[in-house]
Design a protein around this ligand. Structure first.
Ligand SMILES: [Zn+2]
Length: 389
């Protein structure tokens, strides 16, 4: 499992937090109204932590700051909003950053501390990554508000692009799994390597936290699911074969809907992730990661998405509207030019999308859809020009 291997490797480089759990417990006055039950919970947390080996404790906190292979920028927004990592100069006050900050305005160090100590940001992601293996019975958004758009979009994408997409699973990631003891236990065991007994102790605490700390909104706070990613299938013993999948978090879609892009964002993010499955099938990912390599595959995924979104036989969206959304989406603070996760500057990403729109616009006259092979070849030709932008 690439992610788990990556996590172990990255542990060595992860950040050391300035605050420890104990510090946060001492600042015990600001969580909310149910003080007496919280006091009992604090004691339980303290005992559970005291009984854990130091390396497990450390591991939980560090792992919770790590990222999946793709789209570290989502995670960076989350960690910056929580003041876990320093903002970079180019983050700016983009609408999505401002919105997330507002959502976190009543979070204090104790509320943040528990999230990190119990890897609560990662539980929904890993639960979906390992255990959501069917597109059936999925709903998207905390109340299913994105289900129709995504289900239709996924069907259209499968029809639009000539890859073998029957086996790709589209699944949701919901923060309310933080209320589900069994799901939490299985995720701690599968993704964090905890033994079942330790996982059960931790799971009980997480369920109580999610229920009792009002800031967590019973797991529905968008920060728990501010993520979307594509994953190619892999063998994960003893769990068996994990299929190709796209995971869509409630939080990221809620955020873009809240700033006015609910009509475009779910389909656009989905189309970009679908683009990564085209790349998996055509074997377009280089063996080793590099900033240039990531930029190429990300700009290409943007281009696949823009072509589909604006094509008359695709989502047939108005380009003006798509472009408005993309310029917000591309401004989510990626100026880490030397990082392996670099996705291209906002200007380059918009140039890639615009190039693809023009292709779609010309193709419309013939009602023709380029094959993935044709489209990719054209993109590779264009790439040197796109990166001069
Ligand atoms: Zn991507």
């Amino acid at each position: 499992m690439k992610q788990i291997k990556l996590l172990t490797t990255l542990l060595l480089f992860s950040l050391v937090l300035a605050t420890s759990c104990q510090d946060n417990l001492e600042k015990s006055n600001a969580v909310g109204p149910q003080e007496s039950s919280l006091a009992a919970l604090r004691e339980k947390i303290s005992k559970a932590h005291a009984s854990l080996p130091v390396d497990v404790k450390k591991n939980m906190r560090q792992t919770s700051q790590l990222t999946l292979k793709m789209h570290p920028e989502y995670r960076n927004i989350v960690l910056k909003a929580l003041n876990v990592i320093e903002p970079t100069p180019c983050d700016g006050n983009t609408p999505i950053n401002i919105w997330l900050d507002q959502q976190l305005s009543d979070w204090n160090s104790e509320v943040i501390g528990y999230v990190l100590d119990f890897a609560m940001l990662d539980l929904p992601t890993y639960d979906a990554l390992v255990f959501e293996n069917s597109s059936s019975n999925q709903y998207f958004g905390t109340s299913g508000q994105f289900t129709q758009k995504l289900t239709k979009g996924f069907k259209d994408l499968k029809r639009f692009w000539n890859i073998d997409s029957d086996g790709i699973v589209l699944a949701a990631m919901h923060g309310n799994m933080l209320l589900n003891r069994d799901r939490i236990i299985r995720t701690y065991v599968a993704a964090f390597g905890l033994d079942a007994a330790t996982a059960a102790v931790f799971a009980d605490i997480v369920v109580e936290l999610a229920n009792q700390v009002p800031q967590y909104r019973k797991g529905d706070h968008p920060i728990f699911t501010f993520n979307a990613f594509a994953q190619s299938g892999f063998d994960f013993p003893p769990y068996g074969v994990i299929p190709d999948k796209i995971i869509m978090g409630d939080g990221i879609m809620e955020g873009f809907a809240a700033i006015g892009y609910g009509d475009v964002a779910p389909q656009a993010i989905l189309a970009h992730e679908f683009g990564h499955h085209i790349q998996f099938q055509l074997n377009l990912f280089p063996d080793a990661q590099s900033p240039e390599g990531t930029r190429r595959t990300e700009l290409m995924a943007d281009a696949y998405a823009a072509y589909y979104l604006s094509h008359a036989r695709g989502a047939s969206m108005q380009w003006k509207r798509v472009k408005q959304f993309l310029s917000v989406f591309f401004n989510i603070g990626d100026c880490s030019f030397n990082s392996d996760g670099h996705h291209g500057t906002p200007t380059q990403r918009l140039a890639a999308a615009e190039w693809a729109y023009n292709l779609a616009n010309n193709a419309q006259k013939q009602g023709h859809i380029l094959t993935v092979e044709q489209f990719t070849a054209l993109f590779e030709q264009q790439l040197p020009i796109l990166i001069t932008k």
